[in-house]
Design a protein around this ligand. Structure first.
Ligand code: PLP
Length: 461
């Protein structure tokens, strides 16, 4: 048994390291098609087993041509972080230790690492020290968790006991969102029983920011409990809502303010960019990710709530067979929608320990510098338009003011393999989206990628 573990983990480490070493040079896009991959994997459920090392070798041989070099320095698609070595190592240890981090009794070290990592996140983001938090799978589940707390809180203030009565017959609850909130806000609301007809949209401006000037009028006419969702970092443009102004207006109407800051909230960790999230500490809940800008491996999202009682009331669970903590320590499942869960605190603690406050600020600032360098390099060509104000790490690019050509350039760059980025339709026009959040991206990676983009663009008229 011991030898099996040694051989399997040794093989996995060797192959993992070889793959990581190949990242700077391998094509960023996968090289195998879905059909090729289906035939490379064993398709029938095997009747007989295989030794672990053989399984791992087979798996790597079948899977590797179908992997995307997402953890590498020239992946600029969606908003995807890489894996910092300390975080990745701690993640491997989390698997080896295999703690069930739902209860303190399931692994006290996991509980302590999570507790500290959570407190460090509050400190880095300038959020209230007394706020509660949860480590979940991603920002969407962070919305779900925080908005569940919000739903509980505003209904309770309206005299409704949600835990007993459920949503049927509850006072109608309205959620106000910006015209360009991320789709996961709507999805989290749907999971919480809040449908489209309860969601009101405030129009967005040309950068995707909520038109805050329209908020007072809209809130004035609303009756009953209200939640306002603001955004720190638009998924296309990186733009920030005016969170201070939103908090002023919403709190005057006793509304709860939730902030989607999946990546943009990390601006708060940099003295250079913190002004973008001015007033953020006055919101009632926040959702962000560690698997984006903190470069923790998937999956790690973070929900933070300024009203711990409502947070706990929305999430906590009790069963007689569970050994709940009785010493005042934090059982993670009381703050979380999950029951059994991975010890996400270890990799989060590890990356913050490795970087410290300075390192987090440095990665944010470096990525923003890279984004600006992309914009400046690409904009030199007269047929290239930078669509957004590059305020953070996101760059939107159009070619020849032409949707078809822009989409063809995105497809051509993906195929070329030097770098990978995705396309979007922004305010009705096709655009290339470049998102820089990887800790290992260098200026040289940006230059190589910009050169590849311009090279591909020159071949498409
Ligand atoms: C602004 C914003 N909110 C929410 C999400 C969803 O995050 P996750 O994929 O971690 O659930 C994203 C993902 O890119 C995002 O950019």
């Amino acid at each position: 048994m011991q030898d099996d573990h040694e051989q399997a983990l040794g093989t996995a480490a060797d192959m993992g390291i070889a793959w990581l070493r190949s990242l700077p040079k391998r094509p960023v896009a996968p090289t195998a098609t879905m059909d090729q991959l289906r035939s490379a994997f064993v398709s029938e459920l095997p009747e007989h087993g295989l030794p672990a090392t053989d399984v791992l070798r087979d798996l790597a041989a079948a899977a590797e041509p179908g992997t995307v070099a997402m953890a590498g320095p020239r992946y600029f698609g969606f908003v995807i972080g890489g894996s910092h070595p300390a975080a990745l190592g701690a993640d491997w240890l989390s698997s080896a230790w295999d703690q069930n981090a739902g209860l303190v009794v399931g692994g006290p070290a996991a509980a302590v690492a999570e507790e500290l990592a959570g407190q460090w996140v509050l400190d880095l983001l300038g959020l209230p020290a007394a706020a509660s938090f949860a480590l979940v799978t991603g920002c969407q589940m962070a919305h779900f968790t925080a908005l569940a707390a919000a739903r509980h809180h505003v209904l309770s203030a309206a005299g409704w006991d949600l835990a007993t009565e459920g949503l049927f017959g509850a006072p109608p609850l309205t959620v106000v969102v910006g015209g360009e909130r991320h789709v996961t806000v709507d999805r989290a609301l749907r999971f919480l029983g809040i449908g489209r007809s309860s969601i009101l949209h405030v129009p967005a401006d040309d950068q995707g920011r909520m038109r805050t000037d329209q908020l007072p009028l809209l809130l004035r006419d609303l009756e009953g409990p209200v939640i306002v969702c603001a955004q720190a970092g638009n998924v296309n443009t990186g733009a920030f809502d005016d969170i201070a102004a939103i908090c002023d207006v919403a709190h005057d109407s006793h509304a709860w303010v939730h902030v989607d800051g999946a990546f943009g909230m990390w601006a708060a960790a940099s003295p250079k960019y913190a002004h973008l999230v001015n007033g953020i500490e006055r919101a009632d809940s926040w959702a962000t990710d560690a698997h984006k800008w903190l470069n923790v491996p998937f999956d790690c999202g973070i929900a933070v709530v300024a009203h711990p009682r409502s947070h706990r009331a929305a999430m906590s669970v009790h069963a007689d067979y569970l050994e709940h903590d009785t010493h005042g320590d934090r059982d993670q499942m009381d703050w979380n929608p999950e029951f059994s869960r991975r010890a996400r605190g270890f990799p989060l603690y590890a990356v913050l320990r490795a970087w410290g406050r300075e390192g987090v600020a440095a990665v944010v600032e470096r990525c923003c510098d890279h984004a600006r360098r992309f914009a400046e390099t690409l904009a030199v060509r007269p047929d290239v338009e930078i669509v957004n104000d590059v305020v953070l790490n996101q760059v939107l690019v159009r070619f020849g003011n032409d949707d078809e050509r822009t989409r063809a350039v995105v497809a051509g760059v993906q195929k070329d393999g030097t770098c990978w980025l995705s396309g979007t339709t922004y305010q009705g026009r096709a655009a290339m989206r470049i998102s820089v959040v990887n800790w290992s991206t260098t200026t040289d990676d940006v230059d190589q990628s910009a050169e590849a983009i311009l090279r591909v663009a020159a071949t498409i008229s």
